[in-house]
Design a binder for this molecule. Structure first.
Ligand code: ZN
Length: 205
């Protein structure tokens, strides 16, 4: 997800950095945004499919961007030896925040959703009366995770916490009708949640 503001461009996670899986750079080019134009990157969590695009061959891919992630997630990432190359490339550019912190007044707030990883964060973007919640990897599949929120995915580091967050978030989203952006749902991954029987359903917008 990319948000253009009068002062810059905000990017939410970076994909793997591909190829073959990542097409972020071609998508940015299509949106007329050069890597140098990205001013802030907000990371939901530090798994490779979300942070792999931050660095290439030890160098920053987005040289002017501040990289934001929650303090517990940065701690988790630094302790992960498999991420050592990315950690050393980005460490000067990382700014941590406390889970749930307001990040850009009136525009962007972090929403604490740990469980998938210890510092996993969702992000709420607000514009006037409207808002959209980027749910990161609180849900992975648009049918399974939504209709069976009790089913875990193998990558959840804290299974009971991830399940509880997913169920609570779905109930909250069904009640509010708020728009969501879901990283792993079918492109473009924008929709909302409704109740269906004693469970939930994802409706594309
Ligand atoms: Zn993911």
């Amino acid at each position: 997800m990319l948000i253009k503001t009068p002062d810059g461009a905000l990017l939410f996670d970076t994909g793997t950095g591909g190829p073959p899986a990542g097409s972020l750079m071609t998508s940015l080019e299509a949106a007329d945004v050069a890597p140098e134009d990205v001013t802030h990157i907000f990371i939901s969590h530090s798994r490779f499919d979300h942070v792999g695009g931050l660095a290439k061959d030890g160098a920053l891919v987005f040289p002017n961007a501040t990289i934001h992630m929650s303090a517990p997630e940065w701690e988790f990432m630094q302790a992960n030896e498999q991420q050592a190359a990315i950690v050393s490339a980005i460490s000067d550019r990382v700014e941590t925040f406390e889970p749930g912190a307001e990040l850009i007044p009136g525009l962007l707030t972090a929403v604490e959703t740990q469980g998938h990883t210890p510092g996993h964060s969702s992000y709420r973007v607000t514009s006037g009366e409207e808002s959209l919640l980027y749910i990161g990897d609180t849900m992975h599949h648009f049918v399974i995770s939504v209709e069976h929120p009790g089913w875990k995915i193998a990558f959840d580091t804290d299974e009971p916490a991830a399940r509880a967050k997913r169920q609570a978030l779905l109930a909250e989203l069904a009640e509010s009708g708020e728009s969501i952006y879901a990283y792993h749902f079918p492109f473009p991954g924008v929709g909302h949640i409704e109740t269906a029987g004693d469970s939930f359903v994802y409706i594309e917008d």
